[in-house]
Design a protein. Structure first.
Length: 177
């Protein structure tokens, strides 16, 4: 009787029927989570590239030559409209754009002090006459920054339904007439 049990156990240990199913059941969920992670981080990277490009477009629009009697709000309005257009083209919701939580600390070309954000576009920061180079012959420019929220969906992880704010920042040299 005892030898019969031992021989059955020995035969069962040599057989490999169904091992593939058990291995697949262990590996497939992990592989699925890795693929989901690649997808959602790829989406975040794509949105980051898009909002950075939108900030560059906004800074370029703000730095374009203005009329001599124009006020500062014209540059901010141009930047705001350019950013809005770039986000719409990329199928992103422009209403989700937010003012950055930390304002970039940039030095003014004219006064040498810190440059505040223009208050006219409430959901983005436009800074005028910022110093772009650290040399004595300072180059002046415009800076545009904002944040855009992104939500991950990775079940069974700490990132599931977490929202992060992707920050876009761009500086461009001022153009002259």
């Amino acid at each position: 009787m005892k030898s019969r049990i031992v021989s059955r156990l020995a035969r069962l240990s040599r057989e490999s029927d169904g091992v593939e199913i058990a291995e697949a059941a262990a590996v497939l969920p992990l592989m699925f989570m890795v693929l989901l992670g690649i997808f959602w981080f790829g989406q975040a990277f794509s949105i980051y590239g898009t909002i950075t490009r939108a900030a560059q477009d906004g800074a370029r629009a703000a730095a374009a030559p203005q009329c001599s009697t124009c006020t500062a709000t014209i540059a901010s309005t141009n930047a705001y409209n350019a950013v809005q257009a770039a986000l719409r083209v990329a199928k992103l919701d422009p209403t989700k754009m937010q003012r950055p939580t930390t304002i970039p600390s940039l030095v003014s070309c004219t006064t040498g002090g810190a440059v505040p954000c223009d208050a006219s576009p409430t959901n983005m920061c436009v800074q005028e006459n910022v110093q772009l180079s650290s040399s004595t012959d300072s180059v002046c420019g415009m800076a545009v920054s904002f944040q855009y929220p992104y939500s991950f969906w990775l079940p069974f992880t700490s990132l599931n339904k977490q929202t992060i704010n992707l920050t876009a920042f761009a500086r461009v040299r001022l153009e002259t007439m």
